[in-house]
Design a protein around this ligand. Sequence first.
Ligand code: CUA
Length: 314
Amino acid sequence: MWSFPLLPDRASTVAGDVDAIYYVLTLISLVFGGIIVAGLVYSAIRYRKGSKNSRVGAVHEHLGLEIAWSLIPLGISIGIFVWSSKVFIDMHVAPKNAMEVYVVGKQWMWKIQHPQGNREINTLHVPVGKPVKLIMTSQDVIHSFYIPAFRIKQDVLPGRYTTQWFEATAPGEYHLFCAEYCGTSHSGMIGKVVVMEAGEDEQWLSGAVGGFTMETTGQLLFQQFGCQTCHKQESGQRGPSLDGLFGSEVKLTNGKAVVADQEYVRESILNPSAKVVAGYEVLMPAYRTQLNQEQVNQLVEYVKQLGGNKRKEG
Ligand code: CUA
């Protein structure tokens, strides 16, 4: 059979949509490019200097033609914009039931941790047919998490979380690249994504992690750094209670309100003075230099579960 692979095999639910947009854009460019080049070449030869072909009746202005070549491309552009925006939004808004995986980019490796505790370097194990949401940040410079077979690529930035989700459609191994030049060994910042068969993933996730889920590790860090000294459950402490914090709305001293999402928790650990809860002063030291990104992720996982948000212990 005739085979001319321009792109790697599609292995995620969004891959078909991404390819369709890409092919349609290429096709439109070829069609219009072809029409323009053909007209150009034809006119250049037929009406070249010294040719005897008649120039009588040459058109200098044609309102209908001008309106047509303005409105038709406008319509096509808007159509593509609407279509690709829809695909873009689908690709970036993860389904509620997506399983989460934390990714930390670091010169020059990908450090991955699953909430169940499993850690990996330059390898990402995911189940087939289930949505997976990546919560990513960088320990140093800008990296970009790129899985060509899934048609997803997302910058990974220091100082904030970025997210990306996908659902793999076929078991197997796929390339993982860093797609943003990040220093000497950028080209070595590669790995693989292992898409496991249905059922295999639960076994894999329950594999040797010594009972240390991210939440447990986060709890140990919470105690180690003495966070509970100020963030006790009772109110009236030096710091606000964290029970039931995650996902709730927090009023700030500047009169604004924010939803306590993972970005908020992360920022509040690393830079407590950025968003101060109404009624409190900034007494908390910034933990920027004391925690690495993986530890911050573990603390975020711990805070997420506090106060009956889900999986509350005991
Ligand atoms: Cu990391 Cu390039």
